[in-house]
Design a protein around this ligand. Structure first.
Ligand code: CTP
Length: 398
């Protein structure tokens, strides 16, 4: 149900635009109020009158329509909605979004909005598969844009493949998911994840075996509870979740900078396996074997991101959660780590080789808080993430 939800529906110029009229009807059937915006190209496929009649609302078309500006400015229009939906999202509109253009009403609204944006791409299969579109998709996903479809099938142009716009009922389901009110709605949660790569020279680096699986699962779980998520990730093996703001970094120093840049946050979860040491003076050109023996690498200590954020005098997130990978005396070591780093909770896991946890899909953790240690049964990393997200929601609600 979408009772009392306001949807700003941007209709792009593609043959699938005719389905957007049906989308308006279905969204309204669920109780949503729909404000349509037509691009110039969209008007070649659907008329403003039909969109307006189905929405029972004024249709917005032009950035420089002074009457509109007098009634409601484009900034306000972009923010009055609970969700912005783009259907069909053409290759051109997606390119504009990825490039940050603001040269017509639709693209300006998309730049100005502070709400989540869900797009339903529709284009010819070759256009979908084009490297430029694929680059734009990656950029948009990294910006936290949500996607509905496209589907695979035969197209109006006679070709077959991915590029068909999702059906209106599928888009309505995606809208409902995007607007789901979770206990973390309105909260900003920061998650670090993955390994770091500390350069030795331009081609070599020091890394670790973190896959990023647990951090990714946590970001997905807090996002599913409605949080706005900033996901700061080192070069991980697995892709980041959809619908979160992704900041990619390589080195620990960049991770700290990205984390500081993402504040303020209500909660911060530090799941990244940050290198404790970096090469003090990475070579600026590739180191060569010159017969003078093995190079001696000099190390410098990296900043402790968790301890830095947990120790902030001003603007510290209300809840700061760290991880501890231990092989012996798990609880005692993790409790000491919690005190040393100044964080609120530590999620401790036993990474002794016989547990198979490092690099595996399961985890057995102990949650260390001010109240003591709580052993959780062995479960999948997704289940650990869901349970942790629930606990975070409860803690922030107090
Ligand atoms: N951490 C961090 N910045 C660092 C090092 C670690 O933010 N430079 C965070 C990690 O993201 C994790 C926690 O601190 O939340 C882990 O602390 P760390 O001291 O590295 O512990 P372990 O990896 O468990 O190893 P050790 O006990 O050997 O220190």
């Amino acid at each position: 149900m979408l009772a009392s939800k306001r949807i700003l529906l941007i209709i792009g110029g593609g043959i699938a635009a005719f389905k957007s009229l049906e989308l308006i009807r279905r969204l309204r059937d669920q109780g949503a109020a729909v404000t349509p915006v037509l691009t110039r190209a969209a008007e070649e496929f659907v008329t403003p009158l039909s969109a307006s009649a189905l929405a029972a609302q004024k249709v917005y078309r032009d950035l420089f329509d002074l009457t509109d500006e007098a009634e409601m400015g484009h900034i306000e229009l972009s923010r009055a909605a609970d969700l912005v939906v783009v259907a069909p999202a053409t290759a051109d509109l997606m390119a504009k979004m990825a490039g940050g253009h603001a040269n017509d009403l639709a693209s300006t609204l998309l730049m100005a909005t502070d709400k989540r944006v869900l797009i339903a791409p529709a284009m010819n299969v070759r256009m979908w598969e084009h490297p430029a579109t694929q680059r734009n998709i990656a950029t948009l996903k990294g910006d936290g844009i949500l996607f509905a479809g496209p589907n695979e099938g035969s197209m109006a142009c006679g070709e077959f493949g991915p590029g068909r716009m999702a059906e209106p009922e599928e888009i309505v389901t995606a809208v409902e998911a995007a607007l789901m009110e979770g206990p973390l709605k309105g909260r900003h949660v920061l998650v670090t994840s993955g390994p770091t790569h500390e350069p030795i020279d331009p081609v070599r680096y020091i890394a670790n075996r973190s896959s990023g699986a647990q951090g990714t699962a946590i970001a997905r779980a807090v996002s599913a509870l409605g949080a706005r998520v900033t996901f700061v990730t080192g070069p991980a093996d697995i892709p980041p979740p959809d619908g979160v703001q992704v900041v990619r970094v390589q080195k620990a120093a960049e991770m700290l900078e990205a984390v500081q840049g993402a504040l303020p946050a209500d909660a911060a979860i530090f799941a990244a396996a940050v290198a404790d040491w970096r090469v003090a003076n990475p070579a600026t050109s590739k180191m060569k074997k010159d017969g003078s023996g093995a190079p001696a690498l000099e190390f410098a200590e990296n900043p402790d991101i968790l301890a830095t954020i947990a120790g902030m005098a001003d603007g510290r997130p209300r809840l700061v959660v760290g991880f501890a990978a231990e092989t012996d005396d798990v609880v005692a070591n993790a409790q000491a780590k919690r005190a040393r780093k100044g964080c609120d909770w530590i999620v401790a896991n036993d990474v002794s080789p016989e547990t198979g946890i490092m690099g595996g899909s399961e985890n057995a953790v102990t949650l260390i808080t001010a109240d003591g240690a709580e052993d959780w049964p062995r479960m999948s990393k997704d289940q650990v993430a869901a349970r942790l997200a629930q606990r975070i929601a409860e803690a922030l609600a107090e």
